[in-house]
Design a protein around this ligand. Structure first.
Ligand code: ADP
Ligand code: MG
Length: 560
């Protein structure tokens, strides 16, 4: 029996459109077909577990192979297979029924993922690289007949009896002229590594040579021989699918090295695992970075059911956590929609705040568990925490309890601790507590020294993010202002009893001040003369904090 059919759509042929449109992303045909093979395999396994299939499962390895001469790529599985009826239903109808709509809407789609998701064109992505596709399949069902389907990319297909004896499906792609680059071992291996490295079913791609022990030689030394073994390209149970209680630190570090072979060990990690109200698993690592210029974004990989989707996790991961490394796997992230839809999507919003909360909880835990160790890591973590507190209100609320401030003596304080520390000695007449900070320990050394002499404490705020962090703190902390150590705050603070004697008389001081005022001749600067001990700087020249910030803004073109 042979059956021919025509797909009833008005558009002559949608494949040229698919091909043209998806051209830049055409390697994902392999992701789609391998995913289908994996899905089919998982389905038969589930049927077996449920007792709805009682035959042998056999070796369920999915195999990808190619033939350079015949110019074919074949994806074979031992999944549940399809009957001819099912082919008509799942392959013909699904894609073709949407064709008109597709042609109507394809112009709005932004990338291949969108098209595939929106129009259920996973299987049809094969036509991006093939001008003819064959399906050879045998369903697991009792008495099923093998079926064969071919389609040359026009709107007609052919279904006939097949010859397949084993349960499962072969998809054979007859690669088109423009896509012959895919008939290459390294090319295919590369694509499989990218998309299929963590799929849950073993995937074989050719063989590889391995050295194995082969007894001992005359001298009693081990002998080795080369053997050909299956080249299984994937790890079927990557760590994010496992329970944290079954994993050791080594497992996490090993996985990190697998993802980022060139990177230093991470500082720590967070295992994500939720199943309500959305599904999400993953492991996020805090990378060790020396300075913010080294930070790279888009190092988090997004998976959906262990299929790699993209490195672009913007909108899913909060902006300030884009600097983290690791993987996120969620079938609940819509992959097929536009960016603005993603931003508005309820699940995505929940995922976003879940991740924020998890990261905050982990940091709070590290802080509580071992403060000394936490202080030692602060140099690396601080940037993330500050960035998070500045950019997310919710994170500020949590972060304010484990964000640390470091003073010029190398001591660490929480914000609250620090406020209580400096309050008695650094509060001015208006009951404003003044926090002093230095942005450049070398250049501002004189000011730091003279502040310390007065028992004022000075914070170190010398990284680029600190200027934003300072403004943020100022807006959040009540009755508190932050001033750079060279600002003219000194005399406005209520001081403790002076512990030093002025070596200059009042007249002498006045005289020196006049000389400096005249020389500087600029009202925005304040000159202070304190003839203290001989090793002390006798004169400090300060500018009002407000004026300094104005000047800086003018210099950097405003903003900030
Ligand atoms: P999706 O995978 O999103 O359902 P596809 O276009 O990739 O969309 O596939 C359409 C349907 O064809 C699948 O849902 C499945 O029923 C069927 N199918 C595709 N490939 C296979 C396969 N290797 N084995 C069994 N069924 C398959
Ligand atoms: Mg699919």
């Amino acid at each position: 029996m042979q059956e021919k059919g025509t797909i009833s759509i008005h558009t002559e042929n949608i494949f040229p459109i698919i091909k043209k449109f998806l051209y830049s992303d055409n390697e994902i045909f392999l992701r789609e077909l391998v995913s289908n093979a994996v899905d089919a395999t998982q389905k038969i396994k589930r049927l077996a577990t449920l007792g709805q299939y009682s035959g042998e499962l056999g070796d369920t390895t999915v195999e990808v192979s190619f033939d350079e001469k015949k110019k074919t790529i074949t994806i074979s599985d031992r999944g549940l297979g399809m009957t001819a009826e099912e082919i008509k239903k799942y392959i013909n109808q699904v894609a073709f029924s949407g064709a008109e709509e597709f042609v109507e809407k394809f112009k709005d789609a932004k990338d291949a993922n969108e098209i595939i998701g929106k129009f259920g064109l996973g299987f049809y992505s094969a036509f991006m690289v093939a001008d003819k596709v064959e399906i050879n399949t045998l369903s697991y069902q009792e008495g099923a007949e093998a079926a064969k389907w071919t389609c040359d990319g026009s709107t007609s297909f052919e279904i006939s009896k097949g010859k397949r004896k084993e349960r499962g499906t072969d998809i054979i792609l007859h690669i088109n002229k423009d896509s012959e680059e895919f008939l290459d071992k390294w090319k295919l291996q590369g694509i499989l590594d990218k998309y299929a490295k963590f799929l849950p079913v073993p995937i074989k791609f050719g063989t590889k040579t391995e050295s194995v022990e082969d007894g001992v030689d005359d001298k009693g030394e081990k002998k080795w021989k080369s053997v050909e073994v299956d080249n299984i390209i994937n790890t079927t149970t990557p760590i994010w699918t496992k329970s944290p209680s079954d994993l050791t630190d080594e497992d996490y570090l090993k996985f990190y090295k697998e993802l980022y072979p060139m990177s230093e060990d991470p500082l720590f990690w967070i295992h994500l695992n939720v199943d309500y109200p959305f599904n999400l698993t993953g492991v996020l690592y805090f990378p060790k970075v020396k300075n913010e210029f080294e930070l790279q974004r888009n190092k988090i990989k997004l998976f959906s059911r262990q299929v790699f989707i993209t490195d672009e996790v913007k909108d899913i991961v909060p902006e300030f956590l884009m600097l983290l490394h690791g993987v996120i796997d969620s079938p609940d992230i819509p992959l097929n929609v536009s960016r603005s839809f993603l931003q508005a999507d309820g699940n995505v919003k929940k995922i976003n705040s879940y991740i924020t909360k998890k990261v905050a909880d982990k940091l709070a835990e590290l802080y509580k568990k071992d403060r000394t160790a936490y202080e030692q890591k602060w140099g690396d973590i601080g940037l993330f925490v500050k960035y998070g507190m500045i950019s997310e209100e919710k994170f500020y609320e949590k972060g304010k309890d484990f964000a640390l401030l470091k003073n010029t003596n190398g001591e660490f304080f929480t914000i609250e601790e620090y406020q209580s520390k400096v309050k008695p000695n650094q509060t001015d007449k208006n009951e404003q507590t003044v926090i002093l900070y230095a942005t450049d320990l070398e250049k501002q050394d004189g000011f730091i020294q003279s502040a310390n002499k007065k028992d004022y404490d000075v914070l170190v705020m010398d990284s680029p993010i600190d200027s934003h962090f300072i403004q943020n703190l100022e807006s959040k902390l009540e009755k508190t202002s932050l001033k750079r150590v060279d600002a003219d705050v000194a005399e406005k603070l209520i001081q403790k009893d002076e512990t030093y004697a002025n070596l200059l008389t009042e007249d002498q001081s006045k005289e020196v001040k006049e000389i400096f005022d005249k020389a500087i001749n600029n009202k925005t600067y304040t000159v202070e003369v304190e003839g203290l001990s001989p090793e002390e700087l006798p004169v400090t020249i300060t500018m009002e904090e407000f004026m300094r910030r104005m000047k800086e803004m003018a210099a950097t073109g405003g903003g900030g």
